[in-house]
Design a binder for this molecule. Structure first.
Ligand SMILES: Nc1ncnc2c1ncn2[C@@H]1O[C@H](COP(=O)(O)OP(=O)(O)OP(=O)(O)O)[C@@H](O)[C@H]1O
Ligand SMILES: [Mg+2]
Length: 168
């Protein structure tokens, strides 16, 4: 097992006691895998020791490991407060992990968020659409929020057909 600074485990997380056997199996599987493009071809969602400790001291994700295979529909379930939204928020670049990381299509959420964005889509828990904006205006608005310059808004990320509403 390769141990580097991305793979720090914290005794306070008490993983040995808290993790179920299938979670331990997944951890072992992930830690055996190489951080390599071949791995990411088979596992486009690859999460390795991702941990989030909020400034309040709350640890929402405890060094979570997960490798989701290609062509799999994966559901992340858990009780209230389990850390689902925290994980999705880190995947969406809303805030960084405290340690560990995740790779989407092989891109590291710590350092390659623009490429991660090209490979993920997120439908948030709460409605973030406005009745008085068109589909085009919504797309352009969120593109601007994510750093796409105004002059590139229509050409960079969206197909012309999507913007104009033409069907193929
Ligand atoms: N911004 C924050 N600051 C401090 N603690 C937070 C913050 N956001 C979430 N938490 C705490 O982190 C833990 C995980 O919360 P999270 O919202 O990720 O859980 P969840 O699985 O999405 O829950 P739910 O099913 O209710 O949506 C909870 O204890 C929550 O109170
Ligand atoms: Mg949630």
């Amino acid at each position: 097992m390769t141990v580097n600074s991305d793979d720090i485990l914290f005794p306070e997380d008490n993983l040995e006691k808290l993790e179920d056997s299938d979670v331990k199996d997944e951890r072992r599987k992930v830690m055996k895998m190489k951080i390599h493009e071949k791995t990411f071809e088979s596992y486009p969602l690859f999460i390795r020791n991702i941990r989030k400790k909020y400034s309040t001291g709350k640890v929402a994700n405890k060094a979570m490991c997960l490798a989701v295979e290609k062509n799999i529909v994966f559901g992340l379930l858990g009780p209230n407060g389990a850390g689902k939204s925290t994980l999705i928020s880190m995947m969406a670049g809303i805030y960084p992990p405290s340690s560990g990381t995740a790779y989407a299509a092989g891109y590291d959420i710590r350092t390659e968020m623009p490429k991660v964005y090209l490979n993920i889509g997120i439908c948030p828990q709460h409605d973030v659409l406005w009745d008085d904006l068109t589909v085009e205006e919504h797309l352009l608005f969120y593109a601007r929020l994510r750093g796409v310059e105004a002059e590139h808004g229509k050409s960079t990320w969206f197909s012309k057909d999507l913007i104009t509403g033409d069907s193929a």
